[in-house]
Design a protein around this ligand. Sequence first.
Ligand code: HEM
Length: 433
Amino acid sequence: MRLSVPSGQESVDLATVDLFDPGLYASGDPHPIWTAMRERSPVHRQTMPDGRSFWSVTTYDEVNEVLRDHTRFTSQRGTLLSILGGTDPAGGKMMAASDPPVHTAMREPLMKVLSHRSLKGRMPEIRRLARRMLAPLADGGELDLAAAGAGFPMAFTGALMGLPEPDWPRLTRLTTMAIAADDPSFREGSSRGTLVAAHHELFDYFARHVRAVTADDRDDLVGFLLRMEVSGRPLELDEIVYNCYSLLLGANVTTPHAIAGTVLAFAENPGEYRRLTADPALVPSAVEEGLRWSSPANHFLRHAVHDTVLGGTPIAEGEALVAWLGSANRDERIFEDPFRFDVGRTPNRHVAFGFGPHYCVGAPLARIALRVFFEEVVAGVAEFRIAGPVEHLASNFVAGIKRLPVTADLRESGAGDLADALSTGGPLTFPAS
Ligand code: HEM
């Protein structure tokens, strides 16, 4: 999706806008629509030609209200627009599609194993991956940061989950097919067929993987899920499989787009990038601003548990609500000058990782990876230049970039490191097909 700055002159007819359409995010721009909705209709109903409908929630406060209150807005019926009108078979079995207390019972042990404290030992490995990914820039070459970034979370999450390395490229592609089934670079047959095929292959993969391992000899996330107990019983096979899927999807389809969206913002705001290279202590706040700016997880879905009222609008039991995180992260009531990319933004209470009970359980890992990655970027790169057309993903769920060709001027001190990295192996690029 384009990360534009609305001029305020756009005329938006809220009666005809279509926020479901994946094409809007590939070639259009939802920001003028969201800006108009925040102003004129913050809880806005869209009915599609086939009769299905959902409420779009666009302001920061109302997005937080929906995500926070599972007693009014359940995750159990599914959390992505792709499920609209259906029921999620993973409801009550996968942490992300459960409500407390089942959700809490699964989440608490996982939070410990995915905490910053448990994961910080992985920093050197993540730094090596980041260097390998950036290596093609060292000799003045062009790098498609979107293609290279696709393999980055797969490598550290694959290692964390104990998944065999030869499987990583296929898993990377399958996770993108699962969230961008309409995108021509990832569609295999019809959109519906792509989604079903991706789910089928991923669930089958994890079921075979889980059956092949035993809890005792596994010091990885899958072993942890095998040993985990919820309400005094071990998880069933399908519960383990759904949660493996959710963990891998959570990491794979978001992190690369936070990287690409942030680098694109650096290239488009060279003054902000110079400010960062002059003061690398700003890396953590630049990472948070990159997350706010790119909002890779664009929406999450909930269903009303009973009749309720949101922002003065009555919502009927069973109706679907979509919390648009990309919109909440540009809410002018919360963020000063929200369409300005500011590497030192303080405060920055963005909702890129969500809010409330489902707040991203992978946030500590994502933050470690993004900070380490951008430390390497700042040490090595003086300036980024966009070297060709930027292409956006056709997905209403992930605000993604699928092609971002860049070249870079290197910093004197960084050139050596990147050149060294070149000798550690080939570039970390998983092709789109
Ligand atoms: C930049 C990177 C990431 C972003 C922007 C992101 C975003 C989010 C958001 C917005 C949610 C809330 C979902 C909801 O409210 O229904 C979420 C939940 C989740 N994320 Fe992430 N995520 C990222 C990285 C990761 C990583 C690295 C992992 C895996 C280790 C992960 C795994 C999950 C899981 C399993 C959930 C469900 C948590 C729950 O239901 O309690 N995510 N993520």
